[in-house]
Ligand binder design. Structure first.
Ligand code: FAD
Length: 392
């Protein structure tokens, strides 16, 4: 039986549309926006017009009804121009909106999904806390049911989109005495800011146009009915979501890996040293060849993970699933080759690669995030080894 590695015509059209839009609308703003660390106003309204904000949400809720393969391809094309805004888009769609779609009851879906799909609202997801990163289950934020509201106390850190967002999905302990078995997911409107909620923007060396927030909850009220899924069953939602998140976000790392090739190949053909383009030097050619091989390997690995999840009826990962291993492998590999390709790209650009006018340095600063965010490389290796050893 033949295996086809061809994308469909529709998938190619989606890629083309997203990349052309990013080049025309985003690219001219990126150098200045990165320098000033500001979010390009209107980004999410523009992506909504393209149908991207609810890309993998069913049409009945205002989405485009596509799969994770299309989400991966979209992240990749956006990230070729801006890894940071591809991350913001991915955090909105796969971390927040898709988790609401998969786990919330019908009333909450009807309330939250249409505005999140049509550009009226931007979503974010809060797992990480100041003292609970890789060990997310040790989170200390609590929610206590008092009358008609949950009273929430605690903090979240590194929350993508929080400074510009309207809807926050977050995890907290509703039964702290039960440890991880006492975690639940809640959704809350954060614009305007509810009483007892604070958000400070974090300064970063990369992903600068993607606003990241540090959140405080001080007796913040969340309506009782804003519970996502079942009480104390938040871990299944959290781990289930992380797999599709890791697969889609592999596209962000791949986008910078591809941009590094495009920028470096062009530069190498233009830059003359020793009387000829540096592209004619064997050592430069070897770097470009390695960059290409890494990118193609990562692309095929991520696409195979996306194609696999698109065939599953139950797309939940978690301990004991091949999906968990494939998703972790996809982001582990793509994250590491993304950084490596950008490092080689900077080297090919020589001193100019170190200067802020040349976008290769921005891709380098941005792509490092993909060895850290959505579970670090170390955590991904732990997951892969756990699932691999289970089979022997
Ligand atoms: C720009 C950005 C955006 C982010 N967006 C979001 C978001 O939207 N929502 C959200 O909830 N979180 C978000 N995060 C948080 C991210 O997921 C965490 O930073 C990540 O999970 C690591 O947690 P930590 O930073 O606390 O590192 P730590 O867990 O403290 O880890 C520090 C180091 O120790 C290593 N380490 C830890 N435990 C082990 C172990 N058992 N074995 C071996 N090594 C170990 C880690 O791999 C790492 O190298 C974001 C982070 C950044 C920087």
């Amino acid at each position: 039986m033949a295996i086809s590695f061809e994308l469909s015509d529709e998938q190619k059209m989606l890629q083309d549309m997203v990349y052309k839009w990013a080049v025309n609308w985003l690219e001219p703003q990126m150098e200045h926006a990165d320098e000033e660390d500001h979010y390009p106003e209107g980004f999410f309204q523009e992506t909504a017009k393209l149908g991207l904000n609810g890309l993998c949400i069913p049409e009945e809720y205002g989405g485009a009804g596509q799969g994770y393969t299309e989400a991966l391809l979209t992240a990749l094309e956006l990230a070729r121009v801006s890894n940071a805004l591809a991350m913001s888009w991915g955090a909105h769609l796969v971390l927040c909106v898709d988790n609401i779609r998969r786990n919330a009851n019908e009333v909450l879906k009807q309330k939250y999904l249409p505005p999140l799909c049509d550009g009226r609202a931007i979503g974010c997801l809060g797992i990480t806390e100041a003292n609970a990163g890789s060990d997310a289950m040790s989170m200390r934020t609590t929610a206590k049911l008092t009358g008609e509201n949950w009273i929430v106390n605690g903090n979240k850190i590194f929350i993508t989109n929080a400074p510009i967002g309207q809807v926050l999905l977050f995890y907290c302990k509703t039964a702290p005495e039960l440890g991880p078995k006492g975690i639940s997911a809640l959704v809350v409107d954060i614009d305007p800011k509810p009483e007892g909620y604070s958000c400070n923007k974090i300064r970063k060396f990369g992903m600068r146009t993607s606003p990241t927030g540090e959140l405080g909850f001080n007796d913040m009220k969340v309506p009782k009915d804003n519970l996502i899924g079942e009480l104390n069953k938040g871990v299944a939602i959290l781990t289930g979501g992380l797999t599709t998140e890791r697969i889609t976000l592999s596209g962000c790392a791949l986008g910078s890996a591809k941009a590094a090739i495009d920028l470096s190949a062009k530069y190498a053909k233009e830059r003359i040293q020793f009387g000829k383009p540096i592209a004619e030097q064997g050592q430069i050619q070897a770097k470009l060849a390695n960059m290409y091989c890494r990118y193609e390997t990562g692309r095929l690995l991520a696409l195979s993970a996306a194609a696999y999840v698109d065939t599953l009826t139950d797309k939940r990962g978690g301990k004991g699933t091949d999906l968990d291993m494939m998703a972790a492998a996809s982001l582990l590999y793509c994250g590491e080759i993304g950084t490596q390709n950008c490092l080689d790209g900077v080297q090919i650009h020589g001193g100019y690669g170190y200067c802020l006018e040349y976008p290769i340095q921005r891709h380098f600063r941005d792509s490092k995030l993909w060895e850290i965010g959505a579970g670090t490389s170390e955590v991904r290796r732990m997951i892969i080894a756990r699932e691999l050893l289970r089979k022997y």
